[in-house]
Design a protein around this ligand. Sequence first.
Ligand SMILES: C[S@@+](CC[C@H](N)C(=O)[O-])C[C@H]1O[C@@H](n2cnc3c(N)ncnc32)[C@H](O)[C@@H]1O
Length: 299
Amino acid sequence: MSRRQLVVDATTELIAAPPRLADDLFVVRAAVGDPGHLKAGLASAGAALRRVLMVPRQGAYAVTASLDGSRNFNRYDVEDLIGTLLGGAYHSRRDGSTPPAERSEWRVVLDGKTMWVALRPYDVPLHRRAWRQRTVVGSLHPPVAAAMARLAGLAAGQLVLDPFCGAGTVLLEAHAVQPRAAYLGSDLSSAAITAAQVNSAGTADVRWRVGDAARLSGPVDRILTNPPWDVRIGIGDLTPYQRQWRRVLRPDGLLVAILNHAQAAQLATAPGWRVRGVYDVAVAGRHPRIVVAARRPAR
Ligand SMILES: C[S@@+](CC[C@H](N)C(=O)[O-])C[C@H]1O[C@@H](n2cnc3c(N)ncnc32)[C@H](O)[C@@H]1O
């Protein structure tokens, strides 16, 4: 494990059915020591790679490099080095041009210890979902929604509610994790509900309706939700919504919500809830928290 990357032994099963929580997956084709911060080190790493990097037959391709720490070279120097080693139809990003859509993608990571050179075995990044045709303002990154679904311990036969469903990301990812539960999403905005309907076309057991999160009906087994984080345009005080969630959630139910820090703190101190877990995430330049909470029994 290094910053933002996890290196695991590959299996054909992993590549055929990749985890929905991963942003992307690459197969490591070569690894040499991190070149350090000097250009001379980068040249030596290039020489070491030339000995071990097997060049596959491939059409157009691009390379994306990410570097930890300060260096006397930049990402384009690394990308072009790999492009030179691999040869063929390399598309450099140095001049700011967009690579052709039909291409394979190499990834190079310099994490301070190792220089990883890897190739994506798919046509598109893993976080790009086939179901996602529409988004709304604030739509969630699908792997984060998949993580919320995992934390919810979904089981067949459950009824799962998202009262701030937007374009449906959370429930559609949950459905992919547990197709044998039933899902109900509601949102104040009819445009959001239309987006969710488009996104879920052909998905059974997922229903949508226009509705105010301040007026819910239950009972439900799980609430998975992503209320607006921005206090100016969204919800500053979660208290009335928390009361609704508690009212409709079955006694053995679970709430999994992705909240800003103030909202998470409000839930942690609310008398009707027992927080079971808090997970800090970084998404779209924000730092919300996934909070898993159960109902505290009434005294
Ligand atoms: C952060 S977005 C949800 C995004 C969604 N998870 C997705 O990926 O598309 C919050 C949603 O809450 C909805 N909303 C705001 N106030 C609401 C309310 N009182 N009742 C129901 N929905 C509300 C907004 O219309 C918006 O679609």
